[in-house]
Write a protein that binds this ligand. Structure first.
Ligand code: MTE
Ligand code: MO
Length: 542
């Protein structure tokens, strides 16, 4: 390697046993071990990056992103040549070649870092940046997808430094060409270095294997989701009425795009459920247990509805609420197939990852649109929102109704069973409380005018919103203008224009549900069954 011939002075050796030869051997071993350190640091970084990706961005990892960029950039001739050479193994060959290049660069990083501190680190950092850029340029790019390359580069850099320090404890700097130190190799230093690098290599192999398995399942499921064609609904959603969407800048969109829809769950890693083997079981207090697979479910007459979902952990003014068009099959139809026995009052839904929610049987069997959802805004459910199937029940907080990756429904009694959060300090029942939010202007804004165009959303799913009011500095309530809205299961947008005069002002909003019941001014925390109080903002006017 040119590095060595250029930088490692040779030729001042002598017969065996002389100090020049010892120094030369030490130098060669030092270089080799530094390269090994770089390799193990790099490998652990890459593996950590892939594992992080499996958790936070299953459809896009640093390796697949960089590889994708490289493949896209390849001249077509090269691609054809690779395919003719490797056939269907072309991807494997490509990954292998990519791994070899990365490994060689990691070895190089270890060697240059030994010679000159920060040079190898800089190289690893460049790798991290390349990873981030690659991820950002891919079609599947999400903000979370930039975390894995950062984790990879960060860990590799920390380890590179650690390995280098240990190596120099073993074989001190006298082996470096520019060093004048005279200390000799240390036996404990040797053991420490070999131990750390050995453990590192073993972890890289085991974790690398785990990452590969996770990746292949995740990619397979992402592929299966991409290939899934949802049937047209037997009962399509209403067309959005004209004027449903208010034309106010910065107001929350009436329908939340999937990518922006809030996500709340206890899953550390997004569960990957194979749609081909997915089944939903109904058991418990039923005449006969039933089980349906996805194909059967998709063949049912599906209904499509807009429903606003809210999280009980949403603070007043918070963003854990969203509205989507859901496609699915009514839960009551499935329950009817099983035959619910008298005495039952709850359905305990369970997901692949063990999460459970206890929903009043009535909410699952009355005429509301409680569905086993397979589609969200015209697409199969995104993996983080429950692919291939989840529950959506209008009017109830997610923790008692909206089980994602749902695999069983147990018909039971509140007296006998409790859902996941109801055993952890949260209530058994969770009807969504009437709430309203000011989205624009933002709290703390200084405006250049004395006219304030307030706007936001208000929701009381399944009861609907009949009125929204605003007030300034605790004065009299004034009616806001409501958007046409979609249904009583969805939020509505509202806007109000106020002219309070110049100065610092406090603005508040309140909503009335479909029954004319106003939202309470009583301030309550999110535990045990949802926060209440008025959303209040302060704004400076000119
Ligand atoms: N499997 C599973 N489903 C779950 C949860 C969970 O932790 N695990 N959380 C619930 C809660 S508390 C809420 S608010 C909604 C959120 O759904 P979303 O992430 O699609 O917005 O999912 C519900 N379904
Ligand atoms: Mo939630």
């Amino acid at each position: 390697m040119s590095i060595r011939t250029r930088s490692w002075p040779t030729g001042h050796g002598g017969p065996p046993g002389d100090p020049g030869r010892t120094a030369r051997i030490d130098r060669r071993r030092l270089t080799q071990w530094a390269g090994a350190g770089g390799l193990v640091a790099g490998a652990l970084g890459v593996v950590a990056g892939e594992l992080t990706a499996a958790a936070v961005s299953p459809s896009l990892s640093p390796i697949t992103a960089v590889g994708g960029v490289a493949i896209d950039a390849m001249p077509p001739g090269v691609k054809d040549w690779a395919i003719s050479l490797f056939g269907t193994s072309d991807k494997l060959a490509f990954l292998l070649a990519m791994s070899l290049v990365i490994a060689a660069l990691a070895v190089l990083g270890g060697i240059v870092e030994l010679r000159r501190k920060f040079t190898g680190l800089a190289g690893f950092a460049v790798f991290g940046i390349i990873g981030v850029v690659a991820v950002l340029t891919r079609a599947q790019s999400t903000t979370t997808a930039i975390a894995p390359p950062l984790v990879a580069a960060g860990l590799a850099m920390v380890l590179l430094t650690a390995f280098r320090n240990r190596l120099l404890e073993w074989m001190p700097r006298h082996a470096l060409p520019d060093s004048t130190a005279a200390a000799g190799p240390s036996a404990p230093g040797r053991r420490k270095f070999l131990q750390s690098i050995g453990v590192g290599a073993a972890v890289a192999v085991v974790a690398g294997f785990a990452a590969a398995v996770l990746r292949s399942t995740a990619v397979g499921i992402a592929q299966a989701r991409a290939n899934l064609v949802l049937p047209a609904p037997a009962t399509p959603a209403v067309a959005l009425p004209a004027g449903a969407e208010l034309a106010l800048p910065h107001i929350t969109p009436l329908v939340s795009p999937n990518a922006d829809f809030y996500r709340i769950d206890t899953a550390l890693v997004v569960p990957t459920v194979n749609p081909d083997s997915w089944k939903l079981k109904v058991n418990g207090m039923v005449d006969h247990e039933v089980e349906i697979d996805l194909k059967t479910l998709l063949a049912k007459p599906l209904v499509e509805n807009y429903t606003t979902l809210a999280c009980v952990s949403n603070e007043v003014g918070g963003s854990l609420v969203g509205n989507a068009k859901w496609l699915g099959w009514p839960v009551r139809e499935l329950l009817a197939m099983a035959g619910v026995q008298p005495g039952a009052d709850m359905v305990l839904s369970r997901s692949t990852d063990g999460f459970t929610a206890g929903t009043p049987l009535e909410a699952m069997t009355d005429q509301r649109n409680a569905i086993i959802a397979v589609g969200m805004n015209g697409e199969p459910l995104p993996q983080e929102h429950g692919f291939p199937a989840r529950l959506v029940v209008p009017g109830l907080y997610g923790f008692v109704s909206a089980t994602k990756w749902v695999t069983s429904l147990t018909v039971t009694r509140f007296a006998d069973e409790k859902g996941y959060w109801s055993t952890r300090g949260w209530s058994d029942h969770g009807p969504i409380k009437t709430e309203s939010r000011i989205d624009t202007p933002r709290d703390g804004t200084a405006l250049k005018t004395d006219t304030v165009a307030l706007g936001g959303v208000a929701w009381a799913p399944h009861r609907g919103i009949s009125k929204v009011q605003v007030r300034v500095d605790g004065g009299t309530w004034q009616d806001a203008v409501l958007g046409a809205g979609i249904s009583k299961d969805t939020w509505v947008q509202w806007t109000a224009r106020v002219t309070p005069g110049s100065g610092q002002h406090e603005f508040q909003v309140r909503a009335f549900d479909g029954g004319g019941e106003p939202q309470t001014d009583q301030v309550a925390p999110v535990v045990p069954d949802g926060a209440t109080g008025y959303h209040t903002i302060r704004v400076q006017t000119a």
